[in-house]
Structure formats: C-alpha cells, structure tokens
Ligand binder design. Structure first.
Ligand code: NAD
Length: 256
C-alpha cells in the first residue's frame, strides 16, 4: 500500500463510471474518503466506497460549467473538512469525422475535457496551498501519440491537459502540491464500449483485441484496474518528488 493516504479525502470527477469509479474504489481501499462527482448518478460508486469502509458523498455537476463547478465545490467543502486529492476523470471521447467538427462540437469536447480539468482543479488549489499538501491527477490519452482519426478536438484537449499539468506543477511545487497526468491506452470502460466500433471493426471487442495485439507490448485488453495502482501511487506520499509528469499506462503502446 502507498504511504500517506490515511485521513485523506479525494474528489474524483467522472466517478459514476469507468476509470473514475475504479479509482474511487481503489483509493477507498487505500483509506481515502471520496467525493464522487459526475453529471450522472454516482450512487453505485458511493456504495462501493462504503463497502470498503470509507465515507463517500456524491455530487451532481457539469465540469464544463463554471457555475456548476462553483456550486459543487461549495457543497463538497461543506461535506468534507478538506479535499486533499483531485482526480479529473470526467471526459467525453466521441469519434467525429473532421467535416462534422463544428465550433460547437469542438467547444463541447474541449469544454468538458480541458476546461473541466482546469475548473475543478483550480477550485481546490487554495485549500491545498493553505494546508501545504495536495495531489492533482489529470487524464490524458495514448491517442495523443497514436495515429487515430475522428479525434481532432479530443486529442487537442488531451494534449492541452498535458500542458496544463506541466504548467500547474511549476506553480504549485513550492506548496507541497504535485500535479501529474496519466495516459491510458484503449481501456474497457462503459464509455469506450458504448460507442460504435471504428471503421473496419465489426464489434468493439474486435477493436480492443486489434489494438492489444498490434500496438501494445503487453498483449491483452486494458481494464480500469490496470490504471488504479498508478492513481494510488501518484496521490500518495511515495510520489512526493514527482510532478509535471505524464505516466503512460497502456501496456507499452506509446513511449514518452
Ligand atoms: N476508456 C479509454 O479507453 C480511455 C483512454 C484514454 C483516456 N481516457 C480518459 O479517461 C477518462 C474516463 O473515461 P472512461 O473510459 O472511464 O469513460 P466513461 O464514459 O465510462 O466515464 C466518464 C464519466 O464522466 C462523466 N462525464 C462526462 N461529461 C461530464 C461532465 N461534463 N461533467 C461531469 N461528468 C461528466 C460521465 O457521466 C461518465 O460517468 C476520460 O477523460 C477519457 O478521456 C479513457
């Protein structure tokens, strides 16, 4: 178990599903209380956290909306005396042919993934600074280093998150706060399996298997649990001297 988790609280966005839910479960097992934030009902995640013996409260929030984030942050601060850890998992990844990438579609994707990461992280920086300890984790994607089509706004948002992570780390290093990105490969979550397979694949399972076999050194399909250890480490005391970095957790698909 990583050091320094006991008595901490983590706020996780996108906590109703996929990676956010797996991270909530893992951090709860590590001894962390959880504020579960999502557009959708996160009560299943709250149940998982409580089953692991920790406190959990869910908050409905649209991370792309400054007003919604401000309201959620005020409620979260009331429910928990301190938010020590922020994990930004809320994200959308629609595959949109370039000719359909309107400005509205660009704003929807960049607004959720990049603006949302900015708004939620910044809401909890003052408290972390005052206490001299904090961990912020962001979610990039292996698509930023791969040949994929239909993901222009998505890849821009996910590399924007890397830039945000690096620059914020420089600001917050003197205050005991680290900021790091995790870069997953194609991972079997409700969000990834719920969309139609890319051109050339009959099912999502075919697409998952093709990526695992052709592009990864480790030839099996990535699952949320493959990423949970990285989140545990990057939010602990064991990673106190690591900041501004991007950790690829993708079976060896992309080398940074
Ligand atoms: N699954 C993958 O293959 C993969 C690969 C690389 C990166 N990622 C990134 O990991 C993160 C989590 O993805 P996932 O696969 O678990 O997806 P998911 O769809 O299973 O979960 C995402 C969650 O985010 C929530 N959400 C979406 N928009 C929101 C908003 N505006 N405000 C609040 N919540 C919102 C959804 O309701 C959902 O519960 C995303 O940022 C995604 O880009 C996923």
């Amino acid at each position: 178990m990583a050091k320094g988790h006991q008595g901490k609280t983590a706020l996780i966005t996108g906590a109703a599903s996929g990676l956010g839910q797996a991270f909530a479960k893992r951090l709860a097992e590590d001894g962390v209380d959880i504020a579960a934030v999502d557009l959708n009902d996160a009560s299943a995640t709250v149940k998982m956290v409580k089953a692991a013996g920790r406190s959990a409260v869910s908050f409905t929030c649209d991370v792309s909306s400054p007003d919604s984030v401000e309201k959620m942050a005020a409620e979260a601060r009331k429910a928990f005396p301190k938010i020590d850890i922020v994990v930004n998992c809320a994200g959308i990844f629609p595959q949109v042919p370039l000719e359909n990438v309107t400005y509205a579609e660009w704003r929807r994707i960049v607004g959720t993934n990049l603006d949302g990461t900015f708004l939620v992280s910044m809401a909890f920086v003052p408290g972390m600074k005052a206490r001299g300890w904090g961990r912020i984790v962001t979610l990039s994607s292996s698509t930023v280093g791969a040949v994929v089509t239909g993901f222009v706004p998505y890849v821009a948002s996910k590399l924007g998150i890397v830039g945000f992570t690096r620059a914020l780390a420089s600001e917050l290093g003197p205050f005991g706060i680290t900021v790091n990105a995790i870069q997953p490969g194609l991972t079997k979550t409700p969000g990834a399996t719920g969309r139609p397979p890319r051109a050339g694949f009959a099912t999502m399972d075919d697409e998952f298997n093709d990526v695992a076999q052709k592009f990864q050194a480790i030839k099996r399909i990535e699952t949320p649990d493959d990423l949970a250890g990285a989140v545990s480490f990057l939010t602990s005391d064991d990673s106190a001297f690591i900041t501004g970095q991007t950790l690829a957790v993708d079976g060896g698909r992309v080398r940074l």
